[in-house]
Design a protein around this ligand. Structure first.
Ligand code: 1HN
Length: 345
């Protein structure tokens, strides 16, 4: 194209911009890319960096003052956006002994993945779920929830929320409860007894598409992975990997966020893999490394790292390792968008 026509087209774009019109031919290549092009960057947060500064926040303000005492894990590729991936949020939360994080409810769904401490709980609709390391506790959207710590240890957990998805859809509502705590009207373990044992109350009609099981305890998850390891049928890309499911329909426990737990045997190297769901990992047990593109990220217990969409990656387990992870996979699958590349394995 000669300079004269380029100038004419630039003048044209300028002229129509005052009417909020934009030529698609200037934008098409960035709007529709040949492959995913994400601002999300690979990154690793060491727990040793987060823990002391979060404890320091514990001396500066109470859980009640903060509403939630959390440090957001913000992706360095999206500063100011409170996102760990383009679609998901992550934070590390601390509740000190005797504290209460007051009851509220919102359109965003959450899970708590417990990192350290015991004696604290999350209550959903008045049912307390006590926390132990490695447990996954759900907060379905629209349900009253408060946290408390009846023990004598600071308790830390990873919060995963679908905040960017709800924001994208402009569907956010929130309400604060008139009391700090929703009345604790149910006994601990109620939802597990009713829905989480391979049985279901007769005539049960689910009220939402989120799992009615509020807590997935680590001792059960870990024992299941151990059995899979003994059976030996290891997946070259994932090791032994389980997904947290809603027992009502076998789908993701939370419809907007897929959550997973995998065991990598000592010395195992996963085959190179990529998928369109950017994935956040929290290390439960063991030390190892993950190669993302050409960079190596070295991790140990309680570290958090993120693998962006469609980035080739491989895990290397120095010890027997257990990794928790979550992503927007169920959203992409529901929309027919999810893709993986197993390198034909
Ligand atoms: C929230 O309700 C919690 O309940 C944690 O612990 C983090 C981030 C943004 C909005 C609501 C919680 C949150 C949140």
């Amino acid at each position: 194209m000669d300079d004269e026509r380029k100038q004419a087209l630039a003048n044209y774009s300028d002229k129509i911009s005052k009417d909020n019109l934009v030529p698609l031919w200037d934008r098409l290549k960035t709007l529709v890319t040949q492959e995913p092009q994400s601002p999300c960057q690979p990154y690793l947060w060491q727990y040793d960096t987060i823990r002391p500064v979060l404890l320091e926040a514990g001396t500066l303000l109470t859980a009640k003052e903060a509403e939630r005492r959390v440090l957001i894990l913000e992706n360095p590729g999206m500063p100011g956006e409170s996102k760990i991936t383009t679609s998901l949020y992550a934070g590390i939360q601390l509740i000190m002994p005797g504290e209460i994080a007051p009851a509220h409810k919102h359109s965003q769904a959450a899970f708590r993945f417990i990192i350290e401490g015991s004696g604290a709980y999350t209550a959903v609709g008045g049912e307390k779920s006590y926390m132990s390391k490695g447990d996954l506790i759900l907060t379905p959207n629209g349900r009253w929830h408060d946290h408390g710590n009846e023990g004598d240890e600071p308790t830390f957990w990873l919060d995963g929320l679908d905040i960017p998805i709800v924001k994208f859809l402009d569907a956010s509502f929130m309400q604060h409860h008139s009391d700090d705590e929703h009345p604790h009207v149910k006994s601990d373990g109620d939802s597990m007894a009713r829905y989480g044992s391979g049985m279901m109350p007769l005539e049960f009609e689910p009220v939402s598409n989120t799992s009615p099981v509020m807590k997935y305890p680590y001792d059960r998850t870990r024992a299941n992975l151990e059995k899979m390891k003994e059976a030996g049928d290891v997946d070259p890309c994932h090791g032994h990997k389980l997904m947290y499911v809603n027992p009502v329909d076998g789908k993701s426990a939370i419809p907007t966020m897929g959550a997973f737990m995998q065991l990598l045997p000592k010395g195992f190297e996963t085959a190179s893999y990529r998928s369109t769901d950017a994935t956040i990992y929290s290390v439960v047990e063991g030390t190892g490394r993950t190669k993302i593109g050409d960079e190596i990220y070295t991790w140990g217990p309680n570290d958090t790292f993120v693998v962006p969409s469609w980035h080739h990656h491989q895990h290397f387990a120095d010890d027997e390792c257990v990794l928790f992870s979550y992503s927007d996979r169920p959203v992409q699958q529901a929309l027919g968008l999810w893709r993986q590349d197993r390198g034909n394995r």
